[in-house]
Design a protein around this ligand. Structure first.
Ligand code: IFM
Length: 465
């Protein structure tokens, strides 16, 4: 176990709690999560191809401060030391992603052997340290060549993803037994193709609707292909679920909240877990229908083994006839993360209850939950992120309440292991339990990392009793 630096000991004693000890079953998994583009760097090494995020980041004006993922946390070169540090902290579960652009630089054909070796070494490195991997196949880094062929709005991208998924299962399933096919279809399609806030930066809702359907299809095709070559693996898809509430009891605001919910949550929960898009979803995205081919929804609603949920905030919806969408949305207050995102643990409880009541009783993993704060290194060389400790305690308590109420919750991965490249916000937002000094690439476990380390050690003790 890691030594807690002297200046943090008192603070940590003050922060200690018994939440995990008393409320989570011994087999409940606590872990942390990252994604390839956000931490790896080395974008031109090992035969990696260009991804849509490389192209987007290098387009002036799109990313805060002109930041790019070219170096990021340099995890490509430092992964062994990074895993050593995680092991010292006692982390036993780790979710990370494979880079499609690294494994298939041209989006098709055999996997790049250098990348296969790199990820096999990482997987083995995790297992050697007693850390169980949860591998995400796609966390947003589409090979740029596929975007040049139309990207996710092009149905063929789903078939190419199926091939990539099959090859990845062949290459890694002996070492990786649990997989998330796709991370946050909403961000891929709506932010990437509709709002232009993420790569590839298109502003076209018709493209976004096409992309949404093809991302769903890609998931279903991938599950079937991966099961064929590796029947033993466990599979799921991860959606980001927002807690949507109306601004008032006015029926017009309630209807507005329904439309916002349809546009963000139901757009994916419906097809994945009911095998149909709700009428409310089709009303918000009328273009969807023209992309649905016979049999698609059966493929999309395939059997999976678990449900991945990422959760970050609550949005408040109000009716607004003057807005082209018919509603406006704002972040709930108090907005206390550095992103302006709400800190409302009851939102987590609400969305977990909702998914298990309305959609599925499959095991649920919170595959991401966390907060960005203005972390800095103090004169003692420490990063004292008391806000993050409070945040995590509140959200773990909410998860415990959901569990007690009957939600089949089986794990919680904190976003993120390290500070990293936060997409369009570059390095300005810090989500990590471990602080990264990007100039020197020094890693400093924050107060929250020491707190988490103590908590998970206490929780691990449960299973030995
Ligand atoms: O950093 C992202 C992650 O890649 C996907 N989910 C949300 C996080 C915070 O914005």
């Amino acid at each position: 176990m890691i030594d807690t630096p002297e200046p943090l000991v008192d603070r940590l004693d003050a922060e200690a709690s018994c939440t995990l000890l008393s409320t989570f079953p011994p087999e409940f998994r606590f872990g942390t999560a990252t994604a390839a583009y956000q931490i790896e760097g080395a974008v031109k090494e090992g035969g990696r191809g260009e991804s849509i995020w490389d192209r987007y980041a290098h387009t002036p004006g799109l990313i805060f401060h002109g930041d790019t993922g070219d170096i990021a946390c340099d995890h490509y070169h430092r992964w062994e030391a990074d895993f050593d540090l995680m092991a010292e902290l006692g982390i036993k579960h780790y979710r990370f992603s494979l880079s499609w652009a690294r494994l298939q630089p041209s989006g098709r054909g055999p996997l790049n052997p250098v990348a296969v070796e790199f990820y096999r070494a990482q997987l083995q490195g995790l297992l050697d340290r007693g850390i169980a991997p949860l591998v995400t196949l796609y966390h947003w880094d589409l090979p740029q060549v596929l975007e040049d062929e139309g990207g996710w709005p092009n149905r063929n991208t789903a078939y190419l993803f199926e091939q990539y998924a099959r090859l990845a299962a062949e290459a890694f399933a002996d070492l990786a037994h649990e997989w998330v096919t796709i991370n946050e279809p909403w961000c891929i399609s709506i932010l990437g193709y509709g709002k232009g806030e993420h790569a590839p930066g298109r502003h076209c809702m018709a493209d976004a609707a096409a992309a949404a359907h093809h991302v769903c299809l890609a998931h279903g095709l991938a599950v079937a292909a991966m099961r064929q070559v590796a029947p033993h693996i466990r599979l799921g898809v991860t959606n980001v679920i927002t807690d949507v509430v109306p601004a008032s009891n006015d029926p017009a605001d309630i209807a507005a909240a329904g439309r916002l919910d349809a546009s963000s949550n139901k757009l994916f929960l419906d097809p994945f877990y009911t095998g149909a898009y709700g009428d409310d979803v089709l009303a918000v995205y009328p273009e969807l229908s023209q992309h649905i081919q016979p049999g698609d929804l059966d493929i999309i609603a395939c059997d999976t083994d678990f449900v991945g949920i990422n959760h970050y905030h609550r949005m408040i919806a109000s009716n607004d006839p003057s807005n082209p969408k018919g509603w406006i949305e704002r972040h709930a207050e108090p907005a206390t993360t550095s992103f302006g995102w709400s800190v409302l643990p009851e939102s987590l409880e609400a969305i977990l209850g909702r998914v298990s009541r309305e959609y599925t009783t499959l095991p649920i993993f919170i595959t991401e939950s966390g907060a960005s704060y203005h972390d800095y290194v103090d004169p003692d060389g420490m990063v004292v992120d008391t806000e993050r400790v409070a945040y995590l305690r509140g959200y773990f308590d909410a998860a415990a309440r959901a569990l007690a109420s009957g939600v089949n919750l089986q794990g919680y991965y904190v976003w993120s292991t390290f500070d990293n490249e936060e997409w369009a916000m570059g390095y300005e937002k810090r989500f990590g339990l471990i602080y990264v000094d990007y100039r020197t690439q020094t890693r400093i476990p924050k107060l929250s990392a020491h707190w988490f380390s103590r908590e998970i050690a206490a929780h691990a003790d449960l299973s030995t009793k």
